[in-house]
Ligand binder design. Structure first.
Ligand code: SF4
Length: 336
């Protein structure tokens, strides 16, 4: 199944438009958003050291109404390629998370979830496999109990490991292709010595992919950055961020933000109850943000100006490599 935007030669016209818009830092996007981050909840059961949940989130906490989620799917189902059911909280805390996954997946939207894995008991593992989910990513960070529990504050190492093993085993027993299973580690002073061992152990367990992320400074969590971050954000380099050119994030309460980094809604793009997603995508705030990527000066906010995504590459890839990989994630839907 192919979403709108692909021609008879298999070339995705929206991809070409995205490349052009990003390259020129065009303010208006003449193509729809390709990726949505949707926040089922911003509650979390952990307080991980590198996460704004450890005292930085000041906006109100809550759970998205299912009717709002359905509105988001209805508005975007004809063109949206990927929906990530995750923003600032643990998605498996939402009582209707499996209904949400199924509602999006049934509209041919590639569905992804990020989880800390602590709540994935026997019943939830079965529901994950039956839901239509395309990708599940575990934020795990270490196969050393002491390091894991010092980074993932509030979690129990053995329990989370058991939850992941159970899901992998049941998926293998059922010989299922989906969901793709991913495990992630954030490179920090605490975890850096264990990265090679982490990758090997994850492969031994049977994960489909292992991802190593650079530490992120969250634009204002400087003391956390100092304590755990092995990188400097003052590299002198500058990479315009591709996020405003292909995605938006919808919070549980219907407000829309530019990306996953804006955990307190410091740069609101609009509200899904008051406006359509498409009008927000090309609203004045979104257009200003895209244009600001030429100069790195985001209007009235330090959100992008102090974001380490602009100075520390998320990986060692070249700009062309970053563009390709960003879009490769978007078109994950075509791997079905
Ligand atoms: S530069 Fe950072 S804060 Fe700005 S849109 Fe990109 S990821 Fe978000």
């Amino acid at each position: 199944m192919v979403k709108q935007g692909k021609d008879k030669f298999g070339i995705d016209r929206d991809y070409l438009k995205f490349i052009k818009a990003y390259t020129l830092c065009q303010e208006k996007a003449d193509y729809p958003f390709q990726w949505l981050m949707v926040e089922p909840t911003n509650h979390c059961n952990l307080k991980c050291v590198m996460c704004p949940q450890a005292g930085k989130i000041t906006r109100e906490k809550g759970y998205m109404e299912f009717s709002l989620f359905q509105k988001i799917v209805d508005e975007s189902k004809d063109f949206l390629k990927s929906m990530q059911l995750f923003h600032s909280g643990e998605p498996f805390l939402h009582p209707r998370i499996f209904d949400m996954i199924s509602a999006a997946a049934s509209k041919n939207i590639y569905t992804l979830i990020n989880t800390n894995g602590t709540l994935l008991d026997e019943n939830k593992a079965g529901a994950v496999l039956d839901s239509g989910l395309h990708s599940i990513s575990f934020s795990f960070d270490s196969f050393h109990k002491e390091t894991y529990e010092s980074v993932r504050v509030g979690a129990n190492y053995e329990k989370t490991l058991q939850n992941m093993e159970r899901l992998l085993k049941r998926k293998a027993q059922k010989n299922l292709k989906w969901p793709k299973t991913i495990i992630e580690i954030v490179e920090m002073l605490d975890t850096r010595p264990h990265i090679d061992c982490f990758i090997q152990q994850a492969k031994n367990m049977g994960f489909d992919d292992v991802r190593v992320w650079k530490f992120h400074n969250w634009t204002d969590a400087d003391e956390v950055a100092d304590q755990h971050n092995p990188f400097s954000i003052n590299t002198g380099s500058f990479y315009p961020c591709e996020y405003p050119f292909f995605l938006m994030a919808v919070y549980w309460d219907a407000s829309v933000a530019p990306c996953c980094i804006d955990y307190n809604g410091s740069y609101p793009l609009g509200n899904v109850i008051e406006s359509s997603l498409q009008s927000i995508w090309n609203g004045s705030q979104a257009r200003q943000l895209r244009g600001s990527m030429r100069t790195r000066m985001t209007p009235k906010t330090r959100l992008c100006r102090d974001c380490s995504f602009l100075t520390v590459p998320r990986s060692n890839r070249s700009l062309a490599g970053r563009l390709f990989c960003s879009y490769a994630r978007i078109i994950g839907a075509f791997r079905r």
